[in-house]
Design a binder for this molecule. Structure first.
Ligand SMILES: Cc1cc2nc3c(=O)[nH]c(=O)nc-3n(C[C@H](O)[C@H](O)[C@H](O)COP(=O)(O)OP(=O)(O)OC[C@H]3O[C@@H](n4cnc5c(N)ncnc54)[C@H](O)[C@@H]3O)c2cc1C
Length: 642
């Protein structure tokens, strides 16, 4: 039974909470650290940085990922940059401003103390990564360069061309490799966690399948850290890497971990539009492009079919600049996405199906020169050309919103520990510091903050009382959970129907996009809640999973992940229905301001929604727990970027 949800926010003034908490946290002495084994699932920026740091501290770490190398984690795809409050530009930035922008950007649906801590440690991340040799862009004088991202009026985004995630991941990976070589970290690549093992109510291990051989094994630890990323692929089409999934966090949820704000999804405004059924993923055009690109559509619907060069300036609607003069093209993602949908709904969208808007660099090129734009964004223009066969130096890009990031995730307290003792959750996998809408360049900041600078301090608060309590994998609970995992794998292979995995995944994704995507309504969500269980039943009767369990079988891997999506989608819709307000990316059509912005209801919904699994093996209506959000340093206002 879960009582009152306690976020364990330390007392004291906001700016002293983290320092005091560190001073009051428990310690594990160097001699004892090597007695602890920590399981870290995930080796992207969050998991890789955590595993490397814990290894460096002297803990013994077992680190898992399903890719063939930690270097292939989805984090590698991050393009635009990472925020920090260094104020190198001298443009008025500060820790408080980064904190304020992030909490306002999230539409006041995140925990104040966590967000302040994030802003506070942001500067340490830049120092750490620079020391590692991450090649951040630099100004002429040698200082690290910055650019602007949405929802901020200062330039605080550090970047390495359009490959920031890749460069940061190489930094974390080399730190991880050092530990692997030293023997403190043992790396299990191509190994997928399929369940969590609890012993006496504490997270003490996992069951994982070797994806290469099909072997299923149990692993015991003193604590488990999940750093398994986001679940945007529940929508089938998203900008996420194809492998991103919800399995680790969802199966932990089924073992009792609370899932926080599962419906909070980020739709990114600048992606290459959908072109047809053949696509299995969508491609992001980084938000950084909005530093120099201007977003527009024709003023009149009848001009939409004309080539953009034939539409003169007075006939163009630079709608973001018109609606949000202070932030213009750098309005936050939720707002820019909705504005794009609105103009397309009015019939003013461009390109096939009218689901596109222009992102135009003509002004920037005439002001700064093509070489300058190439230097800044060259690889993004190349990606765009490869996919669309169009030259964005000569004609505007066409973009449209797409699913990009999930703010929901397992609920954690200030120590990043879930309600299950010992189970810690970091990076995109936790319900996070981003509230109902994440600002650009803040996911990398959060993942690395959690892994390098928060978890290493907070984990000992749990570990200090756990010396000598690691169970053996011979324990009955390991045997029980392992046999459940084996049975599930067998069941998937035995359906032996005639429908493809993709057909189920696509149908689920389209339904979610339609009913629980950029706009949601009670009627639509109820409709989805009626259809999802039907689709799930059909899956278990008709899906075909070729191959066998005891060998490399990518269909089997996908089948397990899609089966979890088919349950998890229901939780998302339940959450979206229960949150009867609009906030950030959660736009309930019933709740909008007269000018079409999200209308919050602070009196009833200033809370984290944390859901507890109720089914005893079945998917039943989960139980809602609320963590009220208290704001001491910020004043709740209607977000305005005008
Ligand atoms: C195209 C794109 C561009 C982006 N650009 C930016 C940007 O410029 N700035 C920014 O701040 N953010 C950006 N983001 C968001 C950011 O990249 C992610 O939020 C962040 O990288 C997530 O890091 P992570 O470590 O939490 O998860 P991931 O990098 O997704 O890593 C997850 C890890 O968990 C492992 N894993 C998952 N499930 C299992 C399992 N069951 N068993 C074993 N291992 C498992 C995976 O193998 C992997 O190692 C972008 C996102 C996308 C899609």
């Amino acid at each position: 039974m879960i009582g009152k949800l306690d976020g364990k926010v330390p007392p004291g003034p906001l700016e002293q909470k983290w320092r005091n908490h560190k001073n009051n946290s428990r310690l594990v002495s160097p001699n004892n650290r090597r007695k602890f084994e920590i399981i870290v699932v995930g080796s992207g920026l969050a998991g890789g940085s955590a595993a490397a740091t814990l290894g460096e501290l002297g803990y013994r770490v077992k680190c898992f990922c399903y890719q063939d190398s930690p270097r292939r984690a989805h984090s590698i795809a991050a393009q635009g940059g990472i925020n920090a409050a260094k104020n190198y530009q001298n443009d008025g930035d500060s820790v408080f401003r980064l904190f304020y922008d992030t909490i306002k950007g999230g539409d006041f649906r995140s925990r104040e103390a966590n967000v302040y801590r994030l802003a506070e440690v942001s500067n340490l991340i830049i120092d750490q990564c620079t020391e590692q040799g991450v090649p951040f862009a630099r100004e002429y004088g040698g200082l690290l360069a910055n650019r602007s991202f949405g929802g901020a009026q200062v330039s605080r985004t550090f970047y390495a061309r359009g490959q920031t995630g890749q460069q940061l991941l190489l930094g974390a990976y080399q730190a991880l490799c050092r530990q692997i070589a030293l023997g403190t970290v043992k790396m299990f690549s191509q190994t997928e966690m399929l369940d969590l093992v609890l012993v006496d109510g504490h997270a003490k291990g996992i069951i994982a399948r070797n994806l290469y051989t099909g072997e299923i094994n149990a692993f015991a630890g003193d604590a488990v850290v999940l750093a398994t990323g986001g679940y945007g692929n529940v929508f089938f089409l998203s900008t996420n890497a194809r492998g991103c999934n919800v399995t680790a966090t969802y199966r932990a949820y089924k073992r009792g971990a609370l899932f926080g704000n599962p419906c909070f999804t980020q739709i990114h405004p600048t992606c290459i539009p959908v072109t047809g059924q053949h696509q299995s993923k969508l491609t992001l055009m980084s938000e950084s492009l909005r530093n120099d690109g201007r977003v527009w559509v024709p003023r009149r619907a009848e001009d939409c079919a004309k080539p953009p060069k034939d539409i003169p300036d007075p006939d163009r609607d630079y709608y973001l600049e018109r609606k949000y003069p202070s932030f213009g093209n750098l309005a936050p993602r939720d707002i820019a996405s909705r504005a794009a949908k609105e103009v397309c709904d009015e019939g003013r969208g461009v390109g096939p199906g009218g689901r596109g808007v222009y992102l135009d660099f003509a002004d920037a090129i005439s002001r700064l020169g093509e070489d300058f734009i190439r230097e800044r964004y060259g690889n993004l223009f190349d990606i765009y050309q490869k996919i669309t066969a169009e030259d964005a130096y000569k004609t505007p890009m066409r973009i449209y919103p797409a699913v990009h990031y999930t703010m929901g995730g397992l609920w954690v307290d200030y120590n990043l520990m879930s309600n299950i003792p010992g189970l810690h959750v970091i990076g995109e996998a936790n319900f996070a510091d981003h509230g109902a809408n994440r600002l650009g360049a803040s996911a990398l900041m959060q993942g690395l903050a959690d892994g390098y600078f928060v978890l290493p301090y907070t984990l000992p608060n749990y570990l200090a009382g756990q010396i000598g309590k690691r169970p053996s994998t011979d324990h009955a609970e390991f045997k029980r959970v392992e046999s459940e995992v084996r049975a599930r794998v067998k069941k998937l292979l035995e359906v032996n129907g005639d429908q493809t995995l993709t057909s189920f995944h696509r149908e689920l994704g389209l339904l979610l996009w339609d009913k629980c995507g950029m706009a949601r309504s009670a009627a639509g969500l109820r409709e989805a809640l009626g259809k999802i269980p039907e689709l799930r039943d059909e899956f278990w009767k008709k899906v075909r999973v070729p191959g066998e369990g005891e060998s490399y079988n990518q269909s089997l891997e996908r089948a397990g992940r899609i089966a979890d999506f088919l349950e998890f989608a229901e939780l998302m819709c339940i959450d979206a229905l229960e949150r009867d307000e609009s906030c950030g990316g959660h736009f309930r059509e019933e709740h909008q301001t007269p000018d079409g912005e999200a209308q919050r209801d602070d009196e009833n919904f200033a809370a984290v929604f944390a859901w507890e699994f109720q089914g005893n093996g079945k998917v039943e209506h989960p139980k809602l727990h609320r963590e009220p959000l208290h704001f001491e340093a910020v004043h709740l206002t209607q977000r305005s970027y005008k």
